[in-house]
Design a protein around this ligand. Structure first.
Ligand code: HEM
Length: 499
């Protein structure tokens, strides 16, 4: 009785509040002690904030400077850095091989990290599919559209858009001889038009209009929000504030974007239903014919594949243009090689595949400015990565930017030097990591090479090119939110002097 009376005289509410705060503080203190001293990754160095919370990594992603920040962390802490309580970053080629290459009897698979591969869609297609068996049949189905035969049938699409693009670059440069053309923007028109046509037989009409389609702009304007679903899953508290972090217009844009893709997919399906015998080599043809994907999966796949194929290729071409204008000797050597073929019509996929210097320039571009610059997170099965045992369940990644700028891996990594890819006389060829490796490596590698070779060769064959103004540290200033967001890169395309 006396005990119950005590409750009537004590200020219960304030006491409860104090206990809750004290409990929370004890929990936080306990969590910090655990992550710093007893967690399986406690032995690995890194920023203290990263060891105790996701805040450090979330801030790095949202800053737009993930590539350079992670690279600086590696410079400070070494080849392995703890970037979140349960996550390690590695910056060596060996680590890349250990994490991503094909599993074997002695090497267990490192599967994709479901907390990162989360685009907020209700269906999980290809990129976002975590289950290895589910992914394998999807990849097999989609691979038909990437076969050498399918690519041969589609090469004319690439030429069609590149030819139009080459004309446009000339006319836009003539119309604006001092300012030049913003190639960081224009390459997106080309990349997305080709990808739209090769995916569902419908381009965005961006090259023809010489301006970005709203589908492309919406995507780029909301690029910084693309990482939020992943962090919302990793930081449960973020889920409560996420609705307030994303503007109403960003949500409306996402709905608009989805509706446009859905309409395009429906049109493509109707085309197939109305013309079952139509010859098509686009990526959707075999997928629709198989009847194995419902509409939601087709839309999700359509959105993801266009971005994966267009954004990457556009940045590769922008990067190549930047490096060539910044290194006139390399540009001259490339011009000599390409113009040596004698005619514009000789610039076919087969012919260009054998050009030594063109291929070296593109390899070096993909090294020095990898279109996918971040680390692709995988879950450790409990295995060694570059000689370090990583406990099962921990997330690991090997960020491309950090590896290709690691001085222990590459001589003079900040210098654009295509010659490093021409190493001959017993010198081993370096390996390009830009397309990743193993069971989840890029499926569009053949198409990507075809596009970048043809577009760069035709531009360099037709025009003399140079920067329209000084771009300062354009490369260092480029921001990355999953995709690169570069500053304008003003270039002049002038009729070639030596015909
Ligand atoms: C220079 C251009 C390109 C680069 C650097 C590149 C790079 C990559 C990388 C690093 C991945 C692995 C992603 C991950 O593990 O999460 C990937 C996956 C993929 N890429 Fe590309 N890519 C390029 C162009 C393309 C093109 C043109 C297409 C399509 C036409 C394409 C289709 C794909 C597909 C379908 C996957 C997913 C494979 C899977 O999960 O099984 N890529 N790409």
């Amino acid at each position: 009785m006396a005990f119950l009376e005590l409750f009537s005289v004590l200020p219960i509410a304030p006491l409860l509040a104090w206990f809750s705060v004290a409990g929370l503080l004890c929990y936080c203190f306990g969590w910090c002690v655990y992550t710093l001293y007893f967690h399986p990754l406690a032995e690995y160095p890194g920023p203290k904030l990263a060891a105790i919370s996701q805040v450090w990594l979330a801030r790095v992603w949202l800053s737009g400077h993930y590539p350079s920040t992670i690279q600086n962390a590696h410079k400070k802490y070494g080849n392995v850095v703890r970037v979140a309580p349960n996550e390690l970053s590695f910056n060596t080629v060996q680590a890349h091989h250990d994490i991503y290459s094909v599993p074997s009897r002695n090497k267990k698979p490192f599967i994709k990290d479901a907390t990162f591969y989360n685009n907020g869609d209700s269906v999980k297609v290809l990129f976002y599919e975590i289950d290895a068996n589910e992914h394998a049949w999807q990849r097999k189905l989609i691979a038909t559209g990437f076969s050498a035969g399918a690519l041969r049938k589609q090469e004319h699409v690439i030429h069609q858009y590149v030819d139009l693009f080459v004309q446009k670059m000339g006319s836009l440069s003539t119309a604006s001889p001092v300012v030049g053309v913003d190639i960081a923007e224009a390459m997106l028109w080309l990349g997305f038009d080709i990808m739209g046509e090769m995916t569902f037989s419908e381009s965005f009409g961006a090259v023809e209009a010489s301006k970005g389609h709203f589908w492309i702009s919406l995507l780029r304007d909301s690029a910084h929000a693309a990482i939020l679903p992943a962090f919302a899953q990793r930081m449960p508290l973020l889920r409560f504030i996420l609705p307030y972090m994303v503007s109403k217009s960003a949500i409306e844009n996402r709905v608009k974007h989805y509706a446009y893709t859905q309409e395009t997919v429906r049109k493509r399906v109707r085309l197939q239903e109305d013309n079952p015998d139509r010859e098509t080599a686009d990526l959707f043809g075999p997928i629709i014919a198989s009847g194995k994907m419902n509409e939601a999966s087709l839309v999700s796949f359509g959105q993801a594949i266009v971005i994966a194929g267009a954004d990457t290729v556009s940045h590769a071409l922008t990067g190549a243009t930047y490096f060539l204008c910044a290194n006139p000797a390399c540009l001259k050597e490339l011009q000599d090689e390409i113009r040596g073929l004698g005619s514009y019509d000789a610039l076919t996929g087969t012919r260009l595949a054998s050009l030594r210097y063109l291929n070296a320039v593109l390899e070096e571009t993909l090294r020095a400015f990898p279109p996918i610059a971040f680390g692709l997170p995988r879950v450790s099965p409990g295995d060694y990565v570059d000689g370090h045992f990583v406990a099962p369940g921990a997330t690991v990644s090997a960020p491309h930017w950090a590896i290709v700028h690691n001085e222990a891996e590459w001589d003079d990594p900040y210098t654009f030097r295509p010659e490093r890819w021409l190493a001959e006389g017993g010198v081993p060829q370096p390996r390009n990591l830009a397309f990743s490796t193993g069971p989840r490596a890029c499926l569009g590698i053949g198409q990507a090479w075809l596009e970048i070779r043809i577009a760069l060769a035709k531009l360099v064959y037709t025009y003399d090119l140079e920067f329209a103004r000084d771009h300062g540290d354009w490369l260092g200033d480029a921001e990355m939110y999953m995709m690169w967001r570069e500053a304008p890169l003003m270039v002049k395309y002038m009729p070639r002097k030596n015909q």
